[in-house]
Every structure is written in C-alpha cells, then in structure tokens.
Design a protein. Structure first.
Length: 282
C-alpha cells in the first residue's frame, strides 16, 4: 500500500481511540431567589391618658423652738461636818407622826337638822364624828334614813359634791304647789325611755323635777290599765315629795300626804269640770 494511505489510516485510528475529555461546563451563576420582603406591621399606638396625681396636702411641720439650755448653776459645796463620837447612852429621837387635816367647809349642816340625799331622800343628821383613814383626819356626818332603815356617813368636805342639800324652804314649797297645779306633759314615746327619764329626775334630788314626775303620772292613777312599773315610779316620787314637805313644815307624813292628795284631786276635778263645760257649749 502506498504510504500516504497508511498515514491517513493511522491518523483515523488515533482519532477514534483518543479519549474525549469532558468539556468544562461553564459555571452558570444561578440567580438567587429574592426573599419576599415583608412589610413591617404598623403597631397601633395606644394613647395612655395621663393619670392625675392626687395632691396630698402636706401637714405643716411645726418646728419646735429650741429649748434654751438652762445655765448650770454653780454647785455650792456642802460644808463637811465633823464627825462627832456619840456616847453609848445617847439614843436617836423618833420623828413624831404628822397628821394631815383636810380643809373643812363652813358649818352648813348641823346635828338634828333634816337634809336631802339624792338617792335616799330625806334624812336626819344624828351626829358629827371624826375618823382617821391612814394619816388623814376626816370629819363625817352621820345621817339616818327612817324609811330605808339605814345609816349613812358622808365626809363633810364632800357633802355638797355628793348632792347633799338642806330641806326646801316654805317659798320653794309654794313653787312646788304651782308646778303640781300645772298642766301635765305627756309624751308618745316608748314607756321604757320615759321610765328612765322619770327615774333620773327622782334620783337627781331636785324637788321641782320630782314634782313634775308626780304631776305627769297622777292623771292615770285611777286607771286599771296602768302598768306596775308606772305605779311604782309614781309612788316613789310621791313618797319623796311627801317626806320633804313634812320636814319643811314640821308635820308628820300623814298630814303632808293628805295635803298633796287634796291639791292633786282638786286639780283633776277642775279639769273634768272644764271638759264637761266645753262639751255642753259645743
């Protein structure tokens, strides 16, 4: 074979046997996916109302005035007493006990006179005695109450403060009669409250307050519907009034009771006659 053909065949074989190198792929830049842009959510702005602060009134601070320190007084030196040797026969004398006497009031209450004590009524002064309570000397009034069958001792300096008083005079008793002839005052409140008021008037010891109790409760004295407590209060006030009237006029209790009942019954009769006259006139 000619040499030219051999050369062509060799070149063709070399070309077939040659390993084809992979072609380098061109790096294609991948397009980055764009992340979706999120729009910021607008937050609703909450408008807060301003809270009004309470104004607390501050208390004015009172500044205490600076106390001036008293100047220290010079301490006087006590003279040093010389020691004396006591003889064995000499004995110290005991100090006499000091008795304190309370200031006594003027002699307003005399033995044998009648007096009025608020919670017990009329009593009689039997004596005046002296009692020692510790280191204090007290003058006491010994008062006897015949109705209650008791004896009471009242210090002279405390007699007026305790409510003790002399018996009413004749002029005061005339004013009491005027009170009894007056118009009775009746209240529509509860009886328990009225009973407390009546008892307070009786225990006050005031002769005019006691007369008001008798005047107000006497109008129901003959009624069968009258309660037991009302009757007891009326009788207590009447007994106080009778006792003081008897002591003021120097009579016994029966005479004083008859005088008061005559006055009260006459008042009731006059009121009944006036009411009958008004009915006839109508």
């Amino acid at each position: 074979m000619p040499q030219k053909l051999k050369a062509k065949l060799k070149t063709k074989l070399k070309a077939k046997t040659a390993v084809k190198k992979p072609a380098a792929k061109k790096a294609v830049a991948k397009k980055a996916k764009k992340a979706p842009v999120r729009k910021p959510i607008a937050k609703k702005s909450v408008v807060r109302k301003p809270v009004a602060k309470k104004h607390v009134a501050k208390k004015p601070v009172m500044k205490k005035p600076l106390a001036h320190k008293p100047q220290a007084k010079p301490v006087a030196k006590k003279p040093v007493a010389q020691k004396t040797v006591a003889t064995p026969k000499a004995q110290p004398q005991k100090a006499a006990a000091v008795v304190q006497k309370l200031p006594a009031q003027k002699a307003a209450y005399k033995v044998g006179h009648h007096v009025v004590y608020p919670t017990h009524g009329v009593g009689k002064i039997l004596a005046e005695e002296t009692q020692m309570i510790g280191d204090i000397e007290l003058r006491m009034l010994v008062i006897s109450f015949e109705k209650d069958k008791m004896t009471l001792r009242v210090p002279v300096h405390r007699a007026t403060a305790a409510g003790l008083r002399p018996v009413s005079s004749n002029d005061q008793m005339r004013k009491v009669f005027v009170t009894l002839r007056g118009r009775a005052r009746t209240s529509r409140g509860m009886w328990s409250r009225r009973a407390q008021e009546y008892e307070a008037k009786i225990n006050s010891g005031n002769i005019f307050s006691i007369a008001e109790v008798v005047r107000d409760l006497h109008q129901n004295v003959d009624q069968s519907e009258r309660s037991y407590s009302e009757r007891m209060i009326y009788e207590s006030a009447l007994a106080r009034l009778v006792g003081e009237l008897a002591a003021a006029e120097g009579t016994d209790h029966k005479t004083a009771t008859d005088k008061l009942m005559k006055l009260l019954r006459g008042k009731v009769a006059a009121a009944a006659a006036a009411a009958a006259a008004l009915k006839e006139a109508a």
